[in-house]
Unconditional design. Structure first.
Length: 322
């Protein structure tokens, strides 16, 4: 990047960098604090917190229909619990693009115990029917054609939301044990079970063969941290497909935006020696891609930076980053 800034415009970019640091501080707080009733006052100093109506989730049709508790070869369907006053993210983040990309974390709690179904492998939760999953997947559910393809099986919550309006749901899942657990313990409890086809296959290879007008939902990740690589892979493979939805895409784009802001700070202030050829991680690779993409990009105002940090711009650019 090439910077030609007056003092006022540089101060605006400094405000962007400060906001990014603040977003990181809040994320660290959320990740490293087990919050309960005693910590709510402390928590509200850094983030809004909302008391949720547990009945909004207990009344969910899938939640009411699917019940199971079984174990097989290191995998298990198991009930876990949110304790009363335990705080959690209940929705995807939102980003205020007009306030220096300030992130709002949607945090809530129940006043009573909330049991939820999980798939676990070696006692580590892989998938779960928590409010965050319910809310984000309901947002992603959209009007589609008669056939839906889902990359990633999980607990099958997303396809269950659309099963009434489609003729067929094809789910691509690589792990045979996850497929077996679903077929034996979950699918029999779902409505329209005859519409489901489960294909054991590599989702990336399968995606290459999808018709360009196919409706696709991608969910091969647990969160934005492990989801960055599969998201970028699929964005590249499916870049010409107009009907693709990606789970928690706002959070994934925020992670990409964070890397671009890091590059902006490095190149604006030359805070160290940076070799944009060496790569030790996916994050390094993305930053290097940004460096070369914006090598001759002229920045005269904060609006020049704001333009390339916007969600729509980064979604379009994401297909070129992997």
């Amino acid at each position: 990047m090439r910077f030609f800034l007056n003092k006022t415009e540089q101060e605006k970019i400094n405000r962007l960098l400060e906001t990014s640091d603040y977003n990181d501080e809040v994320a660290t707080f959320l990740n490293h604090n087990v919050i309960n009733e005693n910590f709510i006052d402390e928590f509200t100093k850094v983030c809004e917190i909302k008391k949720l109506d547990i009945n909004d989730y207990l009344s969910d049709h899938y939640y009411q229909s699917v019940h199971s508790n079984t174990k097989s070869k290191g995998y298990e369907l198991k009930i876990e619990h949110y304790r009363p006053y335990q705080c959690f993210l209940y929705d995807d983040i939102t980003v205020d693009e007009d306030d220096y990309f300030l992130i709002k974390n949607h945090v809530g709690y129940f006043t009573s115990d909330y049991p939820y179904l999980t798939i676990q492998k070696d006692h580590i939760i892989w998938m779960s029917l928590i409010p965050h999953e319910i809310n984000t997947m309901k947002k992603a559910a959209h009007s589609i054609s008669k056939q839906l393809y889902v990359l990633g099986l999980g607990l099958g919550y997303y396809p269950s939301l659309l099963s009434a309006q489609v003729d067929k749901i094809t789910i691509i899942e690589k792990d045979p044990m996850v497929i077996a657990l679903f077929k034996q313990n979950i699918l029999p409890q779902l409505d329209y079970k005859e519409k489901y086809e489960i294909v054991q296959a590599d989702a990336y290879k399968y995606a290459h063969a999808l018709n360009i007008n196919t409706d696709v939902f991608c969910d091969l990740w647990h969160n934005e941290h492990d989801g960055l690589e599969p998201y970028l892979k699929l964005k590249k493979i499916l870049k010409n497909h107009p009907h693709v939805h990606y789970w928690i895409e706002e959070s994934l784009i925020a992670a990409i935006r964070h890397l671009l802001i890091n590059l902006i700070e490095e190149e604006l202030y030359h805070t160290g020696e940076f070799n944009y050829q060496n790569e030790k991680s996916l994050e390094d690779h993305i930053i290097n891609q940004f460096h070369h993409h914006f090598l001759n990009y002229e920045v005269k105002t904060y609006d020049d930076i704001k333009k390339i940090l916007q969600t729509k711009y980064l979604k379009d650019l994401a297909s070129e980053l992997y």
